[in-house]
Design a protein around this ligand. Structure first.
Ligand SMILES: *Cc1c(COP(=O)(O)O)cnc(C)c1O
Length: 243
């Protein structure tokens, strides 16, 4: 991409980000919360490395990707700044990719299986990482998207703490597609998060909310939104390219 096209994309993303931040601020005020207590992960799946570059140029410091292979290719093409930009894995975890995911990402938000967790732990250590931040993915909807049942999240997070390199830091959940079911589902996630925070040290992130349910997420207490479409427009492809 030419330098000119790159800076135009950066301006477009900066404009969308300003609108998203204004919306977050409004929703926070309505919910009696402070805007600075809600952080933003830019979900860049399906877009090229230039979109990650534009997100960084707009001062976003957290990037979320769903597919190992896609992220691996794109990350090598990004000129990363000298300050830290955190890479979040927000896709379905496959056991055979977990070690590489642990090496490539700073935060793995979708842990819902102890065998996969063991691979993440191993991968982090092999990569020379003293620790790897992980979130428990909670299942809060009928839609088949994996996740730990909300009443097992505390026990699961406690199990994760037993791994040498894994640091449980939060709870992540994907809301149901049916919008009427979102508030109840987010409520269940928030209660599981509170329960986890009361018992497991170091828990401080509730990763809840995407472009179409960020208002409900903020009302439920989300501290971390994962936003793609509202920042970058509609994705062309949803699926992982080649395995
Ligand atoms: C794609 C994705 C997002 C962002 O979704 P948008 O609707 O584009 O904002 C957030 N979380 C997860 C887990 C995703 O896969």
């Amino acid at each position: 991409m030419s330098e000119q096209a790159g800076s135009e994309l950066a301006r477009t993303v900066a404009g969308s980000l300003a609108r998203v931040r204004a919306r977050i601020q409004r929703e926070c005020e309505l919910a009696g919360r402070r805007g600075q207590d809600v952080s933003l992960v830019a979900a860049t799946k399906g877009f090229g490395a230039e979109v990650i570059a534009a997100a960084i140029a707009a001062n976003l410091t957290d990037i979320g990707e769903n597919y190992y292979q896609e992220a691996d290719v794109k990350f090598t093409r990004v000129a990363w700044p000298t300050y830290p930009v955190r890479k979040h894995f927000i896709g379905r975890l496959q056991r055979n990719k977990a070690r590489r995911i642990a090496a490539l990402f700073d935060v793995v938000q979708t842990v819902d299986d102890l065998a996969v967790a063991a691979q993440l732990d191993r991968g982090a250590k092999e990569a020379g990482k003293p620790s790897l931040d992980v979130f428990v993915q909670a299942n809060i909807s009928q839609d088949d998207r994996g996740g730990v049942p909300t009443d097992s999240c505390v026990a699961f997070a406690a199990e994760l703490s037993r791994f040498e390199a894994l640091r449980p830091r939060g709870l992540m959940a994907v809301g149901p597609r049916q919008s009427g079911a979102v508030p109840d589902a987010f409520g269940r996630a928030a209660r599981a998060y509170d329960a986890m925070r009361a018992v497991v040290p170091g828990i401080e992130h509730l990763s809840l909310g995407m472009s179409n349910d960020m208002g409900e997420a903020i009302r439920a207490g989300s501290t971390m939104l994962r936003i793609g479409t509202a920042l970058f427009g509609e994705r062309v492809k949803e699926k992982e390219p080649v395995r």
